[in-house]
Design a protein around this ligand. Structure first.
Ligand SMILES: [Zn+2]
Length: 191
């Protein structure tokens, strides 16, 4: 079973592996590593994030699972971001490096996909209901605020005559929540 220690030791192992295959200057120098609670709901699971400062974050969703293949793949993915540079995003250059490293690491695509199913199931079990918060401006425009796990009185009881909030210079008239679509196929994976 994967523990925080497993994630840390595997990250060191993958870093060494990446440095061996790409010994010359990386676009972003790796600085630090962190296990974090990353975004996770019905619509989106973030397994990892690479930052401009060289920090790599890995989602704590891996802890307690046996999703070794997916974890390894996420680590290769994040280190590929540092090698090619974050502004390259997921372009063809990024994909070439990622696929090259995955190939050298003998990654098993079927095993990764199976792990992703397990992780999706875990994400849905932990946070079964996600709400979307919207704001309506006095001019009638509506804008998405963000995803939330529960309703807050701050928004449901919002009264513009008591406290008038503004966003980008527009006065907010009211807030409302909608429930996330329950269709799991809409769920995307980001790393
Ligand atoms: Zn990515």
């Amino acid at each position: 079973m994967i523990t925080e220690d497993t994630i840390v030791s595997m990250s060191e192992e993958i870093k060494t592996f990446c440095v061996r295959l790409f010994p010359r200057s990386w676009s972003v120098t790796h600085t630090s590593f962190e296990i974090a609670e990353l975004e996770m709901n019905r619509n989106k699971i973030v397994f990892g994030k690479a930052h401009h400062c060289g920090k790599i974050q890995i989602s704590n969703i891996y802890v307690g699972t046996d999703c070794y293949s997916a974890l390894k793949s996420t680590l290769i993915h994040e280190f590929s971001h540092l090698i090619v540079g974050l502004k390259e995003n997921h372009n063809s250059r990024f994909k070439r490096i990622f696929e090259y490293l995955s190939d050298k690491a003998e990654m098993d695509t079927a095993a990764i996909l199976k792990d992703h199913d397990v992780l999706r199931g875990k994400a849905n079990a932990i946070k079964p209901c996600t709400l979307q918060l919207w704001m309506v401006f006095q001019n009638g425009d509506t804008e998405f605020v963000g995803n939330y796990q529960k309703r807050s009185k701050k928004y449901t009881a919002y009264d513009p005559s008591v406290r008038n909030l503004q966003y980008k210079g527009k006065l907010i008239d009211r807030f409302y929540y909608t429930e996330s679509p329950t269709n799991d196929s809409s769920q995307s994976i980001q790393q």
